[in-house]
Write a protein of this length. Structure first.
Length: 216
């Protein structure tokens, strides 16, 4: 197992607070409590991100700097979970503003620093409307995106087969089963991340979304 160096960089509250270091970014998006922070900790192999059984823990875009031995460093970004925007309309509007500012930002080369976004979905609940909505939203953004199904350790063998099939049909493509608890799927996730980081950034015009809505 190659060594991983990981550190917390910063919490971003708005469009102005992005890190100065110009590194490519991989982003985790998903409903609150789906296991975004736990998966970051599993990749980092240390408890960097705060996790909680109570949903809505991550309220900002949290930046982590990760580097596997012999590979280039990158930022892994934990966005606030959707579906539990506490504080009513104002919190929802703040979330929308942050997510928009996040994905539409351009770096010095004029392209988005975001090389790939993973939609994390709970493997126990395939086909949720809010996940479809988020998926459509990512498709529209023009960033590379993939689905990871979290908490697969909680499924029976029969459920696992059925749910993964349903998820693949639902998202019309491959779904990576992962577990922060057992470490299942982490190697595959690292490989996917490495392949996204090797790609050239998409030109700015592909990162402009015409969509006027955002995830619920
Ligand atoms: N069994 C199991 N539990 C998990 C796994 N991943 C996360 N959990 C649990 O699920 C709960 C939520 O995990 P978090 O990582 O905090 O979820 P999150 O998506 O970051 O949540 P927000 O920050 O609220 O958006 C915690 O109680 C975790 O211990 C997993 O792979 N297996
Ligand atoms: Mg979290």
């Amino acid at each position: 197992m190659s060594r991983v160096t990981a550190s917390f960089v910063t919490s971003v509250a708005g469009p102005g607070g992005f890190p100065k270091e110009d590194l490519p970014e991989i982003t985790f998006v998903g409903r609150s409590n789906v296991g975004k922070s736990s998966l970051i900790n599993a990749l980092a192999r240390t408890a960097l991100a705060r996790t909680s059984a109570a949903p809505g823990k991550t309220r900002l875009a949290n930046y982590y700097r990760l580097q596997r031995e012999g590979e280039a460093p990158f930022f892994l970004v934990d966005l606030p979970g959707f579906g539990y925007a506490r504080g009513g309309q104002k919190a929802a509007a703040e979330f929308d503003a942050l997510v928009r500012a996040y994905f539409h930002r351009e770096n010095r080369e004029g392209a988005s620093p975001v090389r790939g976004a993973f939609l994390l979905v709970d493997s126990r609940h395939p086909g949720l409307e809010s996940d479809s909505y988020a998926w459509a939203w990512l498709e529209d953004l023009g960033v590379e995106h993939a689905v990871a199904a979290t908490k697969v350790d909680k499924l029976t063998r029969a459920e696992r087969q059925r749910h993964l099939r349903e998820l693949e049909a639902h998202h019309q493509g491959p779904v990576l089963p992962v577990s922060a608890a057992t470490g299942e799927g982490l190697d595959e996730l690292w490989k996917l991340i490495a392949s996204l980081l090797r790609r050239q950034p998409l030109p700015p015009n592909r990162n402009k979304s015409s969509r006027s809505t955002s995830p619920p």
